[in-house]
Design a protein around this ligand. Structure first.
Ligand code: DX5
Ligand code: ZN
Length: 218
């Protein structure tokens, strides 16, 4: 899908009506799937068994965001079940480059995420190993938190660096993205936008996705 991409986070969906809530985001680009292990972050969602069912049910491809310890061990399983992209955290990985290569060899887009307090510079020399970079705009763990504008200079620096290197890496933001904040993330260089509460909290989900896309383009 072309930029700007809108990836609704199913963390904000109704977990016992997941099939219906997946159907409601059919006009979006990717279903963003937050896997949390109650260890890397202080919250727990679901693992590969549930994500496999989501993969089988979703009308759009899956963008899996792993907020887990030891992604080196667990991330390939998500590529194997057919996720379009698998993003793991720099803070948690032992060998990010080896893991990215493994994910790509399995046919998934490889993504790397950094928390608000993590510097982006260590990624500059390994940009080419990744298909997407996720700049967290809240502390990972929960939906419905406020967007952190102080992460924008880091995003802008990453966008500049990617441009300098002729890289076509996607730059993703996640956390507090809404009608009120998406334009500033787009202006700082993001092309892929995760939104949980802003999408599932609206009565008309299709309209919310279209509106967010428009605001990201402006
Ligand atoms: C937070 C998750 C996000 C979350 C975003 O740790 O990674 O994907 O669902 O939710 P909102 O859009 O409500 O901030
Ligand atoms: Zn996420």
């Amino acid at each position: 899908p072309a930029a700007p991409r809108i990836n609704p986070s199913i963390l904000a969906a109704d977990f016992v009506n997941m099939q219906a809530d997946l159907a409601r985001i059919a006009t979006a680009d990717f279903a963003h799937v937050d896997v949390m292990d109650n260890h890397f972050v202080p919250n727990l969602t679901f693992g590969p068994q549930m994500v496999e069912r989501i993969q089988a049910t979703s009308p759009i491809p899956l963008d899996v965001h792993l907020m887990i310890t030891d992604p080196d061990r667990w991330a390939p399983g998500y590529a194997e079940l057919g996720a379009a992209s698998v993003t793991f955290h720099l803070e948690a990985a032992t060998d990010p480059v080896a893991l990215a290569r493994r994910l790509r060899s399995m046919g998934a887009r490889a993504g790397i995420a950094i928390k608000p307090g993590t510097a982006a510079e260590p990624l500059y020399d390994i940009l080419g190993e990744f298909d997407q970079i996720l700049v967290m705009t809240v502390e990972p763990g929960f939906g419905g938190q406020g967007f952190m504008p102080e992460t924008m200079p880091k995003l802008r620096a990453l966008a500049d660096e990617a441009k300098r290197r002729g890289s076509d890496v996607w730059l993703q933001v996640d956390g507090g993205i809404s009608d009120a904040t998406i334009a500033q993330a787009a202006a700082a260089g993001a092309d892929t936008f995760v939104a949980g509460s802003a999408v599932y909290g609206s009565q008309d989900i299709e309209a919310a996705v279209t509106r967010l896309r428009g605001l990201a383009r402006a």
